[in-house]
Design a protein around this ligand. Structure first.
Ligand code: FES
Length: 376
């Protein structure tokens, strides 16, 4: 007589205890599962999300669906199937039974994992200049100006940083460069939600917010900076001794670009040049420049000699209406930004025509690189 192979069961605990939480992570065999209890019925599915491996057992239960704590993909708590419309995107499900007050989970899954192919996000398809499918090296340089000042659209005011940025781009165009302007205030984009703080792997390229939220418009900045442009000119006012809040909102979202270097040794931006325009009522041009230089340096950008143009009215001034007129009349400031653009374009052309030989960045001393103990 032929005997069916009996499943191997793993005792994960007392039912009375496990019933207290709608969702928890339990260890079964060598893996972790997401154990649920809904209306007194237990379910168990793989604890590893199909997306980028988020811990499903640490998410939350929403109706019949386990919601991944990293980017909110959903899987049925007993079948492991994706939410309606995505059923075929499923994680393995396990049999569960209760015997003598103990919850037993089958070690072997009763269904297999299936990942539906997801169309790659356009940002993941960016082809750098000079690579197959990318822009030819001898094509005109491209300059994007990013204005980070905030103002009311219905009742706009003059902005000294944006005024000088416009002068910079006008000059770049006169030198044969293609130009684009991005005003952050005209984009609707969410603040970084700190996925990195859940796990370094939860911070993805393209940014998970960009992938999940079609209404989020920071993709325009990513596309310009990581893809389109050779040179960026970032213009910011000084606000309480710092760059503008919109600048920081953008920079936090751009952490995903830097994070690819940290977690995957993947440098998304090569041979890019950044320069800055920093203007303010009170001072701290140098402090703001230091922040901007460090951040864009850590993204892999190069800087021209004298990489910023700064101007401030000074600590004892409170006449900003005069400041606007002063900047707009100042031929030397305009000359300054033209010089900044010239230096940036020159450097960009040199980097494109003569890229460095280093393709792999040595990681010693870089962020999150642990040092090998020295041999004695
Ligand atoms: S939704 Fe689960 S890892 Fe992204």
């Amino acid at each position: 007589m032929k005997h069916e192979a009996q499943p191997e069961w793993c005792d994960v605990g007392a039912a009375s205890e496990l019933k207290r939480l709608p969702l928890q992570e339990v260890k079964v065999g060598r893996g972790k599962l997401a154990l649920t209890c809904r209306d007194g019925v237990f379910g168990a599915i793989s604890g590893v999300c199909n997306h980028v491996g988020g811990p499903l057992g640490k998410g939350r239960l929403e109706g019949d669906y386990v919601v991944c704590p990293w980017h909110a993909w959903k899987f049925h708590c007993r079948t492991g199937e994706g939410e309606p419309g995505y059923e075929a995107d499923r994680v393995p499900a396990h049999e569960v039974k209760v015997e003598n007050g103990r919850v037993l989970v089958a070690v072997e899954a009763r269904s297999t994992r299936n990942r539906l192919p997801h169309a790659p996000h356009p940002l993941s398809q960016i082809k750098p200049r000079g690579t197959p499918g990318g822009l030819a090296n001898d094509a005109p340089l491209r300059v994007v100006g990013i204005s980070t000042t905030q103002m009311n659209a219905e009742n706009p005011r003059e902005s000294t940083s944006e005024f000088l940025l416009a002068a910079a781009l006008e000059h770049a165009a006169s030198k044969g460069a293609e130009t684009r302007t991005i005003r952050l205030r005209e984009l609707s984009f969410r603040a970084c939600e700190g996925y990195y703080s859940k796990s370094s792997r939860a911070c993805t390229w393209p940014c998970s917010i960009t992938q999940m939220d079609a209404n989020d418009q920071l993709d325009r900045v990513y596309e310009a900076i990581v893809g389109w442009a050779d040179v960026f000119v970032i213009a910011t006012p000084i606000r309480w001794g710092n760059a503008s809040s919109l600048y920081y909102k953008m920079a936090e979202r751009m952490n995903c670009v830097q994070n690819q270097i940290t977690i995957a040794n993947r440098v998304l931006m090569r041979n890019k040049v950044a320069s800055f325009i920093i203007t303010g009522g009170q001072d701290n041009v140098q402090g703001v420049a230091g922040q901007l230089l460090t951040f864009f340096g850590e993204l892999g950008c190069a800087f021209p000699p004298f990489p910023f143009v700064g101007h401030s009215r000074g600590w004892d001034a409170e006449d900003m209406e005069n400041n606007v007129a002063h900047v707009e009349r100042s031929e030397s400031l305009r000359e300054g930004v033209r010089g900044l653009v010239d230096r940036s374009l020159e450097l960009s052309r040199r980097l494109i025509d003569h890229p460095g030989s280093q393709t792999e960045m040595p990681r010693g001393g870089r962020k999150a690189h642990s040092l090998t103990p020295r041999e004695t």
